[in-house]
Design a protein around this ligand. Structure first.
Ligand code: HPA
Length: 267
């Protein structure tokens, strides 16, 4: 199935070789509208599923941004949509086979660290997989990665430093911290958020970890960026809604795009 997807895509992109992959999270998808050379709907690609979340478009977009060849997922597959975890990470394997060396994974997240405010951007320094499932379960493809891959540095240290430097040059405030993934789709309870804080999380969300684990396993460099869209349950007294999350992502969107475009230029 992987080869069918890769061959299908190659047939549509006329020799284009992406070196950077970007997974665009909720409300952050416009980078793909701004720069789009070829767009392939997920529903056309063998092995891809249709994305079911509003605010997620569901296409693979190829573009040149700041002199680099990029492939973007405009919309991702979430475990909570009912896809198997292997389907969630399938596009990352496809990107690897297309030649992608660096994956930028983005998401909307809830702030667990009380110092975070809605619309803050956070560079992910590490993660906690609290989804109860690992995307590498199953037969291992030894040609892509090890059976027991080291996860000591999923998020490439050199690039964390680079992103921080670029943000500071642009005058963009950047938080940093640990992202904890839960399955969703329900948001956390206040007790779960207190637990998340105790075990070392700064933000909580429902994505990113499966893709980052898979990319790291496959030898890709990884950059993780969260848009903190709300204070997680119990951190503030305000209740949570998906529309508030999308609104906060919209407020952060231009800052996020400016940062990502400059990061693309420098890596
Ligand atoms: N929790 C989990 N996922 C999220 C949140 C949250 O508070 N906000 C945006 N995505």
């Amino acid at each position: 199935m992987l080869d069918s997807a890769v061959n299908f895509i190659k047939g549509k992109i006329d020799g284009f070789k992406p070196e950077i992959g970007i997974i665009l999270g909720s409300g952050l998808g416009d980078l793909a509208d701004e720069f789009c050379k070829v767009a392939i709907p997920y529903s056309d690609i063998p092995g891809f599923e249709a994305s079911t979340v509003s605010g997620h478009k569901g296409r693979l977009v190829f573009a040149e941004i700041n002199g680099k060849n990029v492939v973007m997922m405009q919309g991702r597959f979430h475990f909570y949509e009912g896809h198997s975890i292997q389907k969630v990470v399938f596009p990352v394997k496809v990107m690897k086979k297309l030649g992608v060396e660096t994956l930028i994974v983005t998401n909307a997240a809830g702030g667990v660290n009380p110092a975070f405010n809605p619309s803050d951007l956070m560079i992910i320094t590490d993660h906690i997989n609290y989804m109860g499932v690992n995307p590498l379960i199953g037969a291992n493809d030894d040609s892509m990665g090890d059976r027991f891959p080291d996860m000591s540095e999923v998020y490439t240290l050199e690039y964390i430093e680079l992103v921080k430097k670029i943000a500071s040059k642009l005058g963009i405030d950047l938080q940093e911290g640990v992202y904890m993934a839960l399955t969703g789709p329900s948001y956390e309870t206040p007790a779960e958020v207190r637990m998340a804080r105790v075990i070392g999380a700064d933000a909580v969300g429902m994505s990113t970890v499966p893709e980052a684990v898979t990319a790291s396993w496959a030898g890709m460099k990884v950059i993780g960026l969260s848009c903190i869209c709300n204070s997680a349950a119990g951190v503030s007294t305000v209740g949570l809604s998906h529309s508030d999350v999308i609104h906060a992502a919209n407020v952060a969107k231009d800052r996020f795009k400016t940062l990502v475009k400059d990061v693309i230029k420098e890596i």
